[in-house]
Design a protein around this ligand. Structure first.
Ligand SMILES: [Ca+2]
Length: 477
């Protein structure tokens, strides 16, 4: 029962911090219609192809998600500083001028990669305009493709701030073909995006039957009027989701990215069908047992089984000036090869920049500039235990031993190192050489430019340090 309780709690967390966000956007920003019929056929020939752009994302790799149907030019001008942007699919209709080879984003950042957000598992009531990407999708849905409860009523997935509920789709039905085919025609074939970011990719749905104040009778995934056992619900759901993802890979042009979001702890369920997955709300479930070890293990496992080119994402949420939280999550991300985002709670709209995002390596000074992104350069090592150079984080995470969280982990890069202390105790770490802190502009108190040969790491913290002597200047400063 502990497990079941955990699942429910986990789900509540996920809903609170994750998917709910998009619905705030729905309420506050009405999709703008546009005259798509007058658009010239798009020619998507960016200066660099997708693999070249992904290959030009050195470390730290950064992504941003904007939950907005029609972001402003100011938002996009900012977001173009990130390596990878997750934008709502509606942006293709509402603001096509931002997208594609001649769009604002690639004009600012020729290495940017764009994913289009679409929910794989629910639709929004009131989103009925047949001039929007979601509206046209909904108008083509068969009633049999909605998830039903044992009374035959449409299953309600998520309550919106206005009290209405989203309606759940049944991915074991032909909607798993219709959705992929529709997105190919309405989104991918425009040539204005690099792939789809499917929200609500889940390992299980049985938790829905255990919600308090449940608006529905029990789920009936196979439409026989009878409630289904948890294992049956989850295995049928997983197969349906896998079919959707496989259909997407088969229908979309080769090389189109398919990324998922949803769930808190990943395993290898979606092996070979996703380019990666977003871990959302980093450590928000810690109080319920979903701590650093569990989420990092899932993140790494998912990364291992993802399709090339891999696009693994870690999103942490918090307040803009909680630099310690941001740095801990960023340093954790840098232990592997994923992309990092630190953003607000609620509807994701933040384009916050930090000292660790771009640094002029010749001076060690933080400077907000695309030119100085990727300053750490390529990794020189996997993440390893600072007390045992032969113990690697990846292998230790897979073993799942609790001691993983008690150690300090380090990864070396061409121009610096990253340390993370996931434990609850302060750690003194010998650096085996001289390193310097970044000279910060956002958090100059912590990033004070000092040269160090040892560092004291607070509990649950991380740090990015630069080589005190680097090839470009041959001098310390
Ligand atoms: Ca049934």
């Amino acid at each position: 029962m502990v497990k079941r309780t955990s699942l429910i709690v986990m789900t509540v967390i996920t809903i609170m911090i994750a998917t709910a966000a998009v619905y705030f956007t729905v309420r506050t920003t009405r999709p703008k219609t546009s005259q798509t019929s007058t658009l010239a056929p798009p020619v998507y020939s960016p200066l660099f192809n997708l693999n070249e752009r992904l290959g030009r994302h050195p470390y730290p790799r950064l992504f941003v998600q904007l939950q907005h149907y029609a972001p402003s030019e100011e938002m996009i001008n900012e977001a173009a500083n990130w390596d990878l942007l997750v934008l709502d699919a509606e942006v293709i209709l509402n603001r096509p001028e931002f997208l594609g080879s001649n769009g604002t984003i690639l004009q600012i950042n020729p290495h940017a990669v764009v994913l289009s957000y679409f929910s794989s598992s629910d639709v929004l009531p009131g989103h009925r305009e047949t001039t929007t990407i979601n509206g046209i999708f909904i108008s083509g849905l068969d009633d049999g493709w909605y998830m039903k409860d044992v009374n035959g009523s449409r299953y309600l997935l998520l309550q919106l701030p206005d009290g209405n509920w989203s309606e759940m789709l049944n991915l074991t039905t032909e909607v798993n073909f219709y959705m992929a085919d529709y997105l190919n025609k309405a989104v991918i074939s425009t040539g204005l995006t690099d792939g789809i970011f499917y929200d609500w990719v889940m390992e299980n749905i049985s938790w829905l039957n255990y919600r308090t104040n449940n608006p529905n009778a029990p789920l009936d995934i196979n439409n026989d009027g009878l409630a289904d056992l948890d294992d049956k619900l989850n295995s049928l759901w997983k197969n349906g989701t896998k079919t959707l993802l496989n259909n997407s890979r088969n229908i979309f042009p080769s090389g189109t990215l398919v990324v998922g979001n949803g769930g808190t702890i990943f395993d290898n369920t979606y092996k070979n069908v996703l380019n990666g997955r977003m871990l959302e709300g980093f450590l928000e479930g810690e109080a319920w047992g979903f701590g650093w070890l569990e989420v990092m293990r899932g993140h790494y496992l998912m990364h291992l089984v993802s399709v090339e080119p891999k696009v693994s994402l870690i999103m942490a949420n918090g307040h803009q000036n909680d630099f310690k939280k941001m740095r801990f999550a960023l340093a954790s991300t840098l232990m592997f090869d994923g992309y990092f985002c630190y953003t607000n709670y609620g509807a994701y709209q933040a384009t916050w920049w930090y000292d660790e995002y771009s640094v002029d390596i010749s001076t060690g000074a933080a400077v907000k500039s695309l030119k100085y992104k990727g300053y750490l350069g390529s990794p020189l090592s996997e993440a390893y235990n600072v007390d045992d150079r032969d113990e690697f984080l990846g292998i230790s995470l897979i073993s799942g031993e609790a001691a993983v969280e008690e150690k300090v982990w380090r990864r070396d890069f061409k121009n610096g190192i990253v340390l993370v202390n996931p434990s609850n105790s302060e750690k003194v770490v010998e650096l085996n050489g001289e390193y310097k802190k970044i000279k910060g502009i956002y958090d100059p108190f912590f990033n004070d430019g000092r040269i160090l040969s040892r560092i004291v790491l607070e509990p649950k913290s991380g740090v990015v340090l630069l080589r005190a002597w680097n090839n470009q200047t041959q001098k310390s400063f």
